[in-house]
Design a protein around this ligand. Structure first.
Ligand code: ADP
Ligand code: MG
Length: 257
């Protein structure tokens, strides 16, 4: 199983949309995929129409049990073939405080994913926009990091912060964390968009997807994104192409792990 963390310390950059589109693309290829909503705001969970309060089971239970719970027992089916969802629970928001006092909490996700590796081909983790226990947990467990980033000058600062966090996690776990930058919400009619995209390529050559996910209002509709049939349109097509790029960049030896 491969674990992909979709993260950026900035909100509103397309993390949830990216998680959903990549996960459903993998499932469309025939993979068994589990999407894990780690954001207390639960936008991914809500996109699937799952009530969050009370949420019967979900990603907070991973932490309650220190990762010893079976991931499959927390996952629910979706309309999309091959795609299961581990919903976000409101209690996730309280974790950051507990993390400081409870040793071992930082490895819960990794433990649960490791135990579930025979049941899934991919785990896609939709991360919260804050640097804290949840994000560090996800990065510690990830085989690769996908960073959706907007193409404006401010977003470039957020990206630098995110990559520093990835460096920190990489150092502490002593295993490389390959990173892939996906430019999102791109508007090629604006000069700042075009310039920021060029700058992204200059700064992070080789790690940036050569294209960009365009602004597309069809990506704003959760019902379309979570329906059984593949969403169409420029945005969805761009995500398909981004997924192919990610798969091509995948180190072969991790595939079998
Ligand atoms: P994050 O998870 O980083 O906060 P979201 O994926 O929730 O970001 O996206 C933020 C908002 O932008 C949402 O309303 C989403 O529907 C919208 N959005 C995301 N990507 C696109 C896109 N390519 N075109 C148009 N709207 C988008
Ligand atoms: Mg989100």
């Amino acid at each position: 199983m491969q674990t992909w963390a979709i993260a950026n310390q900035k909100g509103g950059v397309g993390k949830t949309t990216t998680s959903l589109c990549l996960a459903r693309g993998l499932a469309a290829d025939g993979a068994r995929v589990v999407l894990v909503d780690l954001d207390p705001h639960a936008s991914l969970t809500r996109a699937f129409g799952v009530p969050t309060d009370p949420a019967p089971s979900g990603s907070h239970d991973l932490f309650n049990t220190g990762g010893s719970v079976e991931l499959r027992s927390l996952a629910r089916g979706t309309a999309i073939d091959g795609l299961l969802l581990v919903a976000a629970q409101p209690a996730l928001a309280t974790l950051e405080r507990r993390g400081a006092t409870q040793p071992g909490l930082g490895l819960s996700i990794g433990r649960a994913l490791h135990a579930a590796r025979a049941h899934f081909d991919y785990a896609v983790l939709d991360c919260p926009p804050t640097l804290g226990l949840l994000m560090v947990n996800a990065l510690a467990a990830a085989d690769r990091l996908v960073v959706p980033t907007q193409t404006d000058p401010l977003a470039l600062h957020g990206l630098a912060d995110m990559l520093r966090t990835a460096d920190m996690v990489e150092r502490s776990r002593r295993r490389p964390l390959p990173r892939h930058i996906l430019p999102t919400l791109y508007d090629r009619r604006t000069r700042s968009g075009v310039q920021s995209l060029e700058r992204l390529h200059d700064l992070y050559e080789g790690h940036v997807w050569p294209k960009a996910i365009p602004m597309d209002t069809r990506l704003r509709d959760p019902a379309t994104l979570t329906a059984s049939e593949e969403p169409g349109g420029r945005g969805a097509d761009a995500y398909r192409s981004a997924l192919n790029w990610l798969l091509a960049a995948m180190p072969r030896q991790q595939e079998a792990a």
